[in-house]
Design a protein around this ligand. Structure first.
Ligand SMILES: N[C@@H](CCC(=O)N[C@@H](CS)C(=O)NCC(=O)O)C(=O)O
Length: 214
């Protein structure tokens, strides 16, 4: 398998973790987002959206795209260890938590948004940084609201087994800590779960700062 990604990409991080948890390996092909390589014709032939990750399977089929869709594919094709609970209600909760990070929080801090704020809207750097920290923390606060009140919360987001929600939570916290200098003191449950996740090799080894310059 080949994983098109980038060292500091949070969406790539999600796929890296899931693959490691499932005992899978992919050769990672770097698309340098800082140099705009996602916009080249060569990469657009892989993923017309011009974003990473994209996963090439060994079946000669077209690339998989969108990190959550890739995670769900891995879950369906490689069910052990399970990253979704067995019961439909539990699955809905895990997917809901995952989506807060991956669908609501993360898209607002991606390079295309940052570049639009800078080049088109002429938002200065200090105010752009406020934006990035604000939307990152807003997603974490929403997750905190669920984790702190729900009895399903355990060692991890949902009970004591890792799920897709933990992978997405970890990606969002990494953005908060490693990139945007967010004050995470207001999301203690999120941070407790994050620290539990980081004890796992799959989460720790996939960390962006272990995959590129910083
Ligand atoms: N929802 C997508 C997000 C993909 C995405 O935005 N990836 C970022 C890196 S984390 C990217 O490639 N951005 C390129 C850009 O914004 O120009 C997913 O989860 O796969």
């Amino acid at each position: 398998m080949k994983l098109y990604g980038f060292w500091r990409s949070l969406a790539t991080y999600r796929v890296r973790v899931a693959m490691a948890l499932k005992g899978l390996h992919a050769e990672e092909i770097s698309i340098d987002l800082l140099k705009g390589k996602q916009h080249t014709d060569e990469y657009k032939a892989v993923n017309p959206q011009g974003v990473v990750p994209a996963l090439i399977l060994d079946d000669d089929g077209p690339p998989l795209f969108q990190s959550l869709a890739i995670l769900e594919y891995l879950e369906e094709t490689r069910p052990q260890p399970p990253l979704l609970p067995r019961d439909p209600r539990g699955r809905a909760r895990v997917r809901g938590l995952a989506l807060i990070a991956a669908a609501d929080g993360h898209p607002l801090i991606t390079p295309r948004i940052r570049i639009y704020l800078e080049k088109e809207l002429k938002v200065e750097e200090a105010r752009r940084n406020l934006w990035l920290a604000h939307w990152t923390l807003t997603a974490l606060e929403a997750i905190e609201g669920h984790l702190a009140k729900d009895k399903e919360t355990g060692r991890y987001c949902h009970g004591d087994s890792l799920t897709l929600a933990d992978i997405c939570l970890a990606s969002q916290v990494i953005g908060a800590l490693a990139y945007f200098n967010c004050d995470t003191s207001g999301v203690p449950t999120v941070m407790r779960v994050y620290n539990e996740c980081m004890k796992e090799k799959a989460f720790a080894d996939a960390h962006p700062l272990k995959h590129g310059q910083h």
